[in-house]
Ligand binder design. Structure first.
Ligand code: G6P
Length: 620
């Protein structure tokens, strides 16, 4: 995780870096820091806490200069302290480094560098990188390299990174080579922004948007040397390369609250639109199917698929579970949903007719990226279902489907989940129609999908009911979430949302499995949220609900409007519109998002920046 920014130009770097860090805070907010090269050399300001606290420190102790680097941290190695905050200093101040990633062999390198006389001031893996570069810089000079030659720091960096095992995105300043910022990438994303006479560096394109729409995505093993006269990119194996410039879509710069108290609430309420965007142009009424522009596989290849693996992390993994139910029902193709962190090391058998999809909002999750690369390494075309255009996974996938949900800023994923489920529904329809699914069945599904944005709008009317329920239960210590069939993944996702932002222990379970364990947790103080809309599983879930009721557990039911039976049994009912079973996850997940949100607000939690979490997990 962690976010990196950098600037080289003629403007003062301080505010540009601070604003860039604010935009990257979703990547981590344990501490923040900047290093600015100005008339007095390189000055560092860093501090535990949010970027706003760093900005206050900079107000008290101003720094200025036209070149700088910045960092917002999600702690991996070493506690959350000022000393462990980035930037880190190498040698006697010759090298200043910000780093995103994990150096796996840092302990070994630390021993070696300590033996060489380097003094460590922090307990991070990053400080090893800064001393290692300083060591190679010293070595170069000792071996007679011209200390004035700008190639010297580049060589020192190249030699240093040869010793690193793990992942890194690096931004490096050299005390004795002013006016130069060097960036290096292996496994952690870095993007260059190409302005007019000024250049930017960032972990993703968000901080670049106010300044330029011309960007270069660095590849692994590339190093960029950035000065006011331009950028030179060198690849480890290919030498100097001509960077290819991408033009950013500036229309989706939506990093504003637009009157909502939190990004999470704003993003929940955007769902009628985001679902419409996921459907736009993809419904083929005449052929009673869906269509996609970027699968890059022809119908013949797709017809041969006899197994699908969906790999993802967190909320995206839950969307994958809904996808499993959908694809198996519509297309009768066996589906497995794999945690990317397991899949990447498990060596699962993949036949020539297995299709692999990576599902990811950010397109940067380290485990999902590694799982995709592992599948590609074995020669499998691997596709992505992804939100962020230009992200590493979107670029490296062999094809895929974009969500078009716009930027998701709240750390707890909401609109990306429903967009992923929408896209998986379209995919299931498409694969079904390539096989046995009839024209009539395809038309019926299309009709239902067309209505979804409107149905979601109607679902959001449960907001007030949810607020009342949240006010009643916000001080509970434990929650259970139960659902069956299509609503089992919804129960998992509802529990995850509550855990993430309110820090309440919550378990999601298939309602019938509850009696094999979690029922032992049921007491008067443990609310059970039952996702029990009308449909095939209704009577079954009702029996499970009665079992909890018999043990005096308070029941919150997410139920179809006008269900008088549930009203008689449940303590509280939140109503949702009546939809087909396969569409229930899109609808029933919304009150659970709102419930987690309002409980977290009642408990005074930081909804958009929950403790210990980050929006995009770019480390293993
Ligand atoms: C982090 C986020 C989750 C997200 C998961 C996967 O843990 O906090 O909200 O679901 O990463 O992220 P991705 O971007 O790959 O969907």
């Amino acid at each position: 995780m962690c976010g990196i920014v950098g600037y080289v130009g003629s403007r003062d770097a301080t505010d540009i870096l601070l604003e860039g860090l604010r935009r990257l805070e979703y990547r981590g907010y344990d501490s923040a820091g900047i290093a600015i090269q100005g008339a007095d050399g390189i000055l560092i300001r860093k501090k535990v806490g949010r970027v706003s606290e760093l900005a206050a420190l900079v107000d008290q102790k101003p720094v200025s200069g036209n070149i700088g680097i910045g960092h917002t941290r999600w702690a991996t190695h070493g506690g959350i302290t000022d000393e462990n905050s980035h930037p880190h200093v190498g040698g006697n101040g010759e090298v200043i480094v910000v780093h995103n990633g994990v150096i796996e062999n840092y302990a070994l390198l630390k021993d070696k560098l300590t033996a060489l006389g380097f003094v460590f001031r922090s307990s991070t893996d990053t400080e090893v990188v800064s001393h290692l570069i300083a060591h190679h810089l010293e070595e170069q000079t000792r071996l007679g390299a011209d200390p004035e030659n700008p190639k010297t720091p580049l060589l020192a960096l190249q030699l240093a990174i040869k010793n690193l095992k793990g992942t890194y995105g690096l931004g490096v300043l050299f005390r004795d080579f002013p006016g130069m910022l060097v960036a290096a990438r292996c496994g952690s994303p870095l993007v260059l922004g190409m302005g007019k006479g000024e250049f930017f560096l960032a972990s993703d394109a968000t901080p670049l948007k106010p300044h330029t729409d011309q960007v270069v995505f660095l590849e692994d093993h590339e190093i960029a040397v950035i000065t006011t006269s331009g950028v030179e990119v060198t690849h480890r194996d290919r030498g100097v390369t001509a960077p290819s410039i991408h033009v950013l879509d500036q229309s989706d710069d939506e990093a504003e609250l637009k009157g909502y108290a939190h990004y999470m609430l704003k993003e929940i309420f955007e769902q009628p639109n985001t679902i419409e965007n996921a459907l736009r142009g993809r419904l083929d009424e005449d052929a009673a199917t869906s269509k996609f522009g970027g699968l890059n596989l022809d119908t013949r290849q797709l017809r041969q698929v006899d197994r699908i693996v969906l790999t993802a992390c967190g909320t995206s993994w839950h969307a994958g579970l809904v996808g499993e139910y959908l694809i198996e029902e519509f297309a009768r193709i066996p589906v497995e949903v794999e945690y990317a962190s397991e899949f990447r090391y498990r060596n699962p058998p993949l036949s020539d007719t297995t299709m692999v999809f990576a599902i990811t909002q950010s397109g940067e999750t380290a485990d999902t990226l590694a799982a995709m690369r592992e599948s590609q390494r074995k020669g499998h075309p691997t596709l992505a279902i992804c939100n962020v255009v230009g992200s590493t996974i979107a670029r490296e996938a062999d094809g895929g489907i974009f969500l078009h949900a716009g930027p998701e800023v709240g750390v707890a994923s909401t609109k990306a989940f429903t967009s992923q489920v929408t896209v998986l529904t379209l995919l299931a329809l498409y694969l079904g129609r390539l096989r046995h699914m009839s024209y009539t069945a395809g038309r019926r599904i299309i009709g239902h999908l067309r209505d979804m944005p409107q149905t979601i709008q109607q679902t959001l009317k449960c907001h007030e009911q949810v607020q009342e329920v949240a006010a009643k239960y916000f001080s509970a210590q434990n929650f259970l979430y139960m659902g069956r069939g299509y609503n089992f993944p919804v129960a998992l996702e509802g529990a995850l949302k509550l855990k993430e932002i309110s820090y309440i222990h919550a378990e999601g379970y298939p309602a019938a499995e509850m009696k094999h364990g979690p029922i032992a947790l049921v007491d008067e103080n443990t609310p059970s949220v039952f996702v029990i809309p009308r449909g095939a599983m209704y009577p079954k879930v009702m029996s499970n609900l009665e079992e909890v009721k018999a043990r005096k557990g308070p029941i919150i039911a997410i139920a179809t409007e006008n269900d008088s039976r549930i009203a008689a049994v449940a303590d509280d009912v939140i109503t949702i519109p009546d939809v087909e079973d396969y569409l229930q996850p899109l609808v029933s997940s919304i009150p659970l998002q709102l419930l987690a949100y309002h409980i977290a607000v009642q408990r005074g939690c930081n909804v958009d920046r929950p403790r210990n979490l980050a929006k995009s997990v770019t480390v293993e």
